[in-house]
Write a protein that binds this ligand. Structure first.
Ligand SMILES: O=C(O)[C@H](O)[C@@H](O)[C@H](O)[C@H](O)CO
Ligand SMILES: [Zn+2]
Length: 297
């Protein structure tokens, strides 16, 4: 194993950083801060941050330019230049206390995202209120299942035949068979159950070897899993407890970026972990990621 280096590249003080995504064209990391209601774009060359204020939970690239984002219970297009938002579709119309949470685009350009009840405190919420959806390139929405607690990490296997998914309060990383042609999922099973000290599974991404990286909320780490054997291959601890999500980026996708949260920490913990809410860069992992897929609509 090569020598792993962890660096806080942006002391952004996110209340709850989430949805990191690398934009190669601008050498930037996009991410959101859910309670602070903003989408941020950090330029890795100039180190500058731009932001748009909107009640967002996830953001993704869009093939035709700009971005897509989940805002409240709406799938939206986000124009970065004039900061305008256009609603593409709305879900959970009968659930006034719901909002979208994590989302990611599949290899065919569909935007997958799930919902959850609004939290009263981190991980405290009315159970089973969420559902998983995807926004197709023609802007129609398909619903996959309901009864979700906290819809979180998602990604697809390198051959596009498996969809990986995390409902945080199940403490499990699940897999489904995936039909890329139709966007249909089937045959749900668990590929990894978190150990107690790993705490709550949150955001996730796949690497170029087909292994999964899961950010562990309250666990202060990202873990690398082999979804075929169900074994944990590696643990990388960070100097903050509330690690929320991860993605690969940088040159050739050889760096990993990790988001985390400050909300839910008491004064003493914040003094111990002054970098809570920052953006972390991990190098020396010895494995690369793959580029994010852009929404095709
Ligand atoms: O970031 C998310 O996915 C949720 O929006 C957050 O509220 C926390 O991560 C959650 O409380 C822990 O599971
Ligand atoms: Zn999350």
């Amino acid at each position: 194993m090569s020598s792993v280096k962890i660096e806080c590249v942006l002391p952004e003080n996110c209340r709850c950083g989430e949805s990191p995504v690398w934009e190669e064209a601008s050498n930037s990391l996009l991410f959101v801060d859910i309670p602070a209601k903003k989408v941020c774009r950090w330029d890795s060359l100039s180190k500058g941050v731009q932001q748009v204020t909107v009640a967002v939970s996830s953001v993704a690239l869009r093939q035709s330019g700009g971005y897509v984002a989940t805002i409240g219970t709406k799938f939206c297009a986000l124009n970065w230049e004039d900061q305008s938002v256009a609603v593409l579709a709305t879900v959970d119309k009968d659930k006034k206390n719901n909002r979208f949470n994590d989302g990611k685009v599949d290899p065919a350009g569909r935007y997958f995202a799930g919902t959850m009840a609004e939290e009263t405190a981190p991980a405290v919420l009315e159970r089973h209120q969420g559902s998983l959806y995807s926004l197709f390139p023609d802007h129609h929405v398909e619903k996959y299942f309901d009864q979700v607690d906290i819809s979180n990490g998602l990604d697809w296997s390198l051959d596009h035949k498996i969809f990986y998914y995390i409902d945080s309060l199940s403490y499990s990383v699940d897999a489904f068979d995936y039909d890329l042609q139709t966007g249909k999922i089937s045959n749900r099973r668990s590929v990894y159950k978190l150990e107690k000290e790993e705490q709550i599974p949150d955001g996730m991404c796949i690497d170029a070897e087909g292994k999964l990286w899961v950010a562990c909320y309250n666990g202060g780490r990202v873990i690398r899993l082999d979804p075929e054997t169900g074994k944990r291959l590696q643990t990388v601890k960070l100097p903050v407890d509330k690690t929320t999500s991860c993605c690969f980026g940088g040159k050739d996708y050889s760096e990993m970026y990790v988001t985390c949260a400050r909300d839910g920490m008491d004064v003493e913990k914040l003094l111990q972990q002054p970098q809570a809410g920052g953006i972390f860069k991990i190098t020396g992992l010895g494995v690369k990621g793959i580029p994010p897929y852009p929404y095709a609509g």
